[in-house]
Design a binder for this molecule. Sequence first.
Ligand code: LLP
Length: 421
Amino acid sequence: MDHFLYRDGVLHAEDVPLAEIAASVGTPFYVYSTATLVRHFRLFDEALAGMDHLVCYAMKAASNQAILKTLAAEGAGMDVVSAGEYLRARAAGVPGDRIVFSGVGKTAQEIRIALDGGVRQFNVESEPEMEAISAIAASMGVVAPITIRVNPDVDARTHAKIATGKSENKFGIPIARARDVYAHAARLPGLDVIGIDVHIGSQLTDLAPFEAAYAKVAELTGVLRADGHDIRRLDLGGGLGIPYTRGNEPPPLPSDYGDLIRRCVGHLGCEIEIEPGRLIVGNAGLLVSQVIYVKSGEDRDFLILDAAMNDLIRPAMYEAHHDIVPVVEPDAGADQHAFDIVGPVCETGDTFARHRMMPPVGPGDLVAFRSAGAYGAVMASEYNSRPLVPEVLVKGDKFAVIRRRPTFDEMINRDTIPEWL
Ligand code: LLP
């Protein structure tokens, strides 16, 4: 459920008509609903009730300071994958002991920054990384808490570009080697080995792959404890999918996922962490755009928008589907017409949807891409020298620009000219 509904014939974000934001901010822009963000966070938090747990929002999905502060105020921890994300979380007021540092290639600089500012744990992805963290921690006179990410060789049954739990993927250490790697970690001076981490992919619409992975983690917990390791924390990753197409069967709910976690690992007495990103922010955000032209082609009509692949890359990159709806509510029996919905960027890949049935829309009309809150603004670029798309946050009847659109001069003046030119 989200808080983007038609009221009096106009799509609203909570109590604010989108046309009002468009008039003030210009298009395209992202808009997020505070109520939806908070609701989704609480669904996860409640799903794990009764277990010692921390929901660490995977901020790679949407990392605006205002979004982080909204979730941090709810008690969220953060899952970060770079020094930039770590520092963003700290700037939003998240204490180090609520920040989990994931990512397959942490640099020495990133490790130092996190150790210096405080970190809940590093999720270690390889033996060389483990040695680097130990050496850096020892040189700083501290001990780094770590889990080791195991690759359970489970098929997440999602898009190939976002599946991470098969042996051919770059992530984690093969679960079959876990005993050796944990023994190695235990011998390193700068590490406190506290647990196990697993993450098998994103946009999972079926619980079975989670169950397969978590069963392997539960078994490994017993094996490692028997080897003498004090396994007391399990980071079970993120990945629960969201409904992108209205009317299709929705993916399992956070409560189903919580029940599965309880069933698979609840008896182990470990502290549980999860790292959801998409489910918290995906359906809490829209991309709003204006129709520039309607162009009749040889065998199809094109709806040309002022948003493009640089603003929302998911359709071009993952063949992702986003529902696109007019901001002014169409009449109930309105005729539908097929369009290819495209942006102005000079690539055929700049196509949001092919042969999409739409009610009557024309130049100047506003449309909204649903489910665009996750991996939308954060993956935007200035390709074609289009200024970075702004972000807006709504709360009740209030809205605020939480990242403004840069001016053309700001964009151009970031470049510097060598003295020989
Ligand atoms: N934890 C780790 C270690 C991850 O790699 C990810 C996502 C998450 C948590 C959060 O997963 P989520 O709950 O959001 O599914 N750009 C792609 C998605 C990439 C996901 C990368 N890792 C997209 O637009 O579909």
